[in-house]
Ligand binder design. Structure first.
Ligand SMILES: C[S@@+](CC[C@H](N)C(=O)[O-])C[C@H]1O[C@@H](n2cnc3c(N)ncnc32)[C@H](O)[C@@H]1O
Length: 213
């Protein structure tokens, strides 16, 4: 299935196709998120900081979401997502998450590897908007800054790549997990955390917030 998703990016050029194919193969977040969606259909999905949209496209290809809205500030990446998603109910919205954010409601909100790229006030506002929008669940993949060597390595690599990576945001600013969880809990979500680093040496975790009331 991931090979089929990657092939959708062929028309975006060899580099982009290669990037998406290797991301789908080696980053465990795609398998982990699809496994959850297989148990709990994701309905209408809002993907904040969607990048090139391969996760949303994979959810649609697998029949595990009804529609996906991808939001990002990088217009070129959104255009690539739309190209790849041809024929699927995928919609792209250009939005800088550090500016005031109005979001429509969605069954599931995804925040995959984007929160830690934002300044504190933008992270706070984005999380509040995600909580308002999410009818059933929020999924956050982030760096846990408290996993010892894994965290030092992850933050070090992110800071090194920051000036040159086309996937960077304003900062490398991962919140401590209790701060993230407290906000979700206050807003009525029951939370769980699982490692989401696969065979990598990094400190990525997946937070699942399910609406409890
Ligand atoms: C590491 S990439 C992750 C992309 C995607 N979620 C994925 O899993 O492949 C981070 C994404 O967040 C986006 N981003 C960073 N800061 C942003 C901001 N202020 N507003 C909107 N998007 C932002 C970047 O453009 C990039 O596409």
């Amino acid at each position: 299935m991931f090979a089929r998703v990657a092939r959708r990016y062929r028309g975006c050029g060899r580099g982009i196709y290669g990037y998406v194919a290797s991301k789908l193969t080696f980053d465990p977040v795609h398998r982990d998120v699809l496994a959850l969606a297989d148990e709990e259909h994701f309905g209408n999905v809002l993907d904040l900081g969607s990048g090139r949209g391969q996760l949303g496209v994979a959810l649609l290809e697998a029949g595990l979401a009804s529609s996906v809205v991808g939001m990002d500030r990088r217009i070129r990446h959104l255009a690539q997502a739309c190209h790849a998603a041809g024929g699927l109910p995928y919609y792209a919205v250009a939005q800088d998450l550090s500016l005031p954010l109005a979001v429509v409601s969605a069954t599931t909100v995804l925040l995959i590897d984007v929160l830690y790229q934002l300044a504190d006030d933008a992270q706070h506002a984005t999380l509040l908007a995600a909580c308002r929008a999410a009818q059933d669940r929020i999924l956050i993949r982030t760096l846990d800054p408290d996993r010892g060597v894994r965290s030092r390595l992850s933050v070090g690599v992110e800071r090194m790549m920051h000036p040159v990576s086309p996937h960077s945001g304003a900062l490398v600013n991962p919140w401590k997990l209790p701060r993230l969880l407290a906000l979700l809990t206050e807003r009525g979500f029951a939370t769980s955390i699982t490692p989401c680093w696969g065979r990598t040496p990094f400190a990525n975790v997946l937070i699942i917030g399910r609406r409890a009331m």
